[in-house]
Design a protein around this ligand. Structure first.
Ligand SMILES: O=C(O)CCC(=O)C(=O)O
Length: 340
């Protein structure tokens, strides 16, 4: 997702890269259906992800599971106007956690969560730069959580989206900070082809000087439609493209008569704002029906120190208690701090 609010409206300028930084390679694809040794698989995923800033995991869901998500979301998709976010022939529909139980398998998919945990929790690319309060530099793990859930339904005649980096979202310019801020995914819920708008990705762009060096000479906008060489995330329904918040990417043009339905699920560091407010998208009355893991993943947790408490210094799980009412004194049921 790219940011669309005023604070980010001014184009950010970045350096044109030389031709030799543009990669002629294709996306590296991994088949989840054939994994026998998960540890080796994850090592390979991480190595490719580190090199290219994007990978595809095939068969992460079955086509039936992908279809079930579309089916559950169909009434919401069909009642959403086109163009709400600026792309005229597309529809974007969120709140997947609350609206589609079938989406939960994708949102909490083991392969994706393991990658997120290494990239965001462990900052495996920048480990020595980890600066956690009251820890030695390079020590500890950053908390992370779900940041966005969104069906991206690209209709016929939709033009290509400008190339951009997800990390343009955060208002603060993090270029040069050596921090992985978010991991983005695009699930193919229908087959993605070059003709129907498979996502464009610029391999290796997460390592360009405009993101690694905040003082790099800047001559190019993040959002500019550019001539950078891209690869296309063509994939069967049930596969998922995973990329870093620093990787240049954008939806392709749809020149077919059918719709390209994808599901964009992003994960970000817990001390950054969620792009899609999960507490509104999945309010307590729905969140309390979810598993503990899903509750934590969407943010009903106090991941570190005081971060994310509410009301009377309460951890968010209190908001999920059946009888809790923030306007009723004492409904937290605590007599002493030991009850927390
Ligand atoms: O739909 C796609 O393939 C990519 C969408 C995207 O990158 C975005 O909106 O930020």
């Amino acid at each position: 997702m790219f940011c669309e609010f005023d604070a980010c409206a001014e184009p950010r300028i970045y350096r044109l890269v030389s031709q030799d930084q543009r990669s002629p390679r294709d996306l590296q694809k991994f088949d989840w259906a054939t994994v026998s040794d998960e540890e080796v698989f994850v090592e390979q995923l991480l190595a490719a992800f580190d090199l290219d800033g994007a990978i595809v995991i095939e068969n992460a869901l079955s086509s039936v599971e992908a279809e079930a998500i579309v089916e559950e979301m169909r009434p919401f998709i069909d009642s959403t106007p086109h163009g709400l976010h600026g792309l005229e022939k597309s529809r974007r529909v969120g709140a997947l956690v609350a609206r589609s139980r079938a989406s939960h398998k994708a949102i909490a998919h083991r392969a994706v969560l393991v990658l997120c945990d290494a990239a965001l929790g462990g900052q495996y690319r920048f480990g020595n730069e980890v600066r956690i309060i009251q820890r030695e530099r390079g020590q500890g793990r950053y908390p992370w959580r779900l940041g966005l859930t969104q069906i991206i339904d690209v209709g016929p005649s939709q033009e290509r989206q400008g190339l951009h980096r997800g990390n343009g979202l955060w208002v603060h310019n993090f270029a040069g900070h050596k921090l992985e801020l978010q991991i983005e995914t695009m699930w193919a819920l229908t087959d993605f082809t070059e003709a129907n708008g498979a996502t464009h990705v610029v391999l290796g762009s997460h390592r360009w000087s405009d993101v690694t060096d905040s003082d790099a000479e800047r001559t190019m906008t993040w959002y500019e439609k550019s001539s950078f060489q891209t690869v296309r995330a063509t994939m069967k329904a049930g596969s998922v493209l995973v990329w870093t918040g620093w990787t240049l990417h954008g939806a392709g043009a749809n020149t077919t008569e059918s719709r390209r339905v994808g599901m964009n699920i992003d994960y970000s560091l817990s001390f950054l704002s969620q792009e899609e407010n999960q507490f509104l998208a999945c309010p307590p009355e729905i969140a309390r029906t979810l598993s503990d893991d899903m509750r934590r993943l969407i943010g009903y947790s106090q991941p570190a120190g005081a971060l994310n408490y509410f009301a009377d210094c309460l951890p968010p799980r209190y908001a999920l208690r059946e009888n809790y009412d923030v306007t009723v004194p004492g409904s937290h049921g605590m007599n002493s701090s030991k009850d927390l």
